[in-house]
Design a binder for this molecule. Sequence first.
Ligand code: IPE
Ligand code: IPE
Ligand code: MG
Length: 228
Amino acid sequence: MSVPRHVAIIMDGNGRWAAVRGMARIKGHKAGVQAVERILDEASALGIPHLSLYAFSTENWKRPALEVAALMALLRMYLRMFVQKLQKRQIRFHHLGDLSGMPEGIQRDVKELERLTAHHTGMTFHLAVNYGSRSELVHAARACVLDGLKPQEITEQAIQDRLWTKGVPDVDLLIRTSGEHRISNFLLWQCAYAEFFMTDTLWPDFGPEALRAALEDFSSRERRFGGL
Ligand code: IPE
Ligand code: IPE
Ligand code: MG
């Protein structure tokens, strides 16, 4: 089985997972965080160098204030709890998204977790919170202007170097759970040649076997990158 260098996952279906059980949506999000823990273990054991998980999009602020507040509280709690796991597995933590638009406490916790895990030697775990690909591209374009680049200096590399994924390889495999077949503003630039794997499994039910099945499927794809 060939191991992709970068696996990105759109973790979708927490709300529906709770709904079919007659539970509040937040219970689905809690179950979703447990799935994150299992996938972190499996992905790092499989030797995947980069794992990007989409947790909260720039569009998710449109949700009811109560759900947003509960998600932020859950995030804050887990950012603190993740420390031990990340140390044990030597996983580096990296946030993707616009940190300045996040509550101050979360900004501090994110920076602290990045600092504490910066020297780790294993997988890099990119957590996308307040992430939107279009917003990322706008930031990159503005950075090109602020850096005083001339038009001919605005190359693909120049843009890539100003994305939040600077230095991270393109996505090889994009997984989306819950039966939706859309990208929802996730890593548009980085997924230019990604292989897509869509599954009906709801995120809280997505476990190690499901990840291995996606990797098996990925191994059988013939990637041509526009060549022959
Ligand atoms: C994904 O689950 C988590 C977030 C987007 C925060 P959803 O909350 O989108 O769950 P569904 O799609 O409503 O089932
Ligand atoms: C995508 O899920 C965003 C995350 C998983 C964080 P959504 O549930 O927000 O996406 P749509 O609205 O179905 O496209
Ligand atoms: Mg959803």
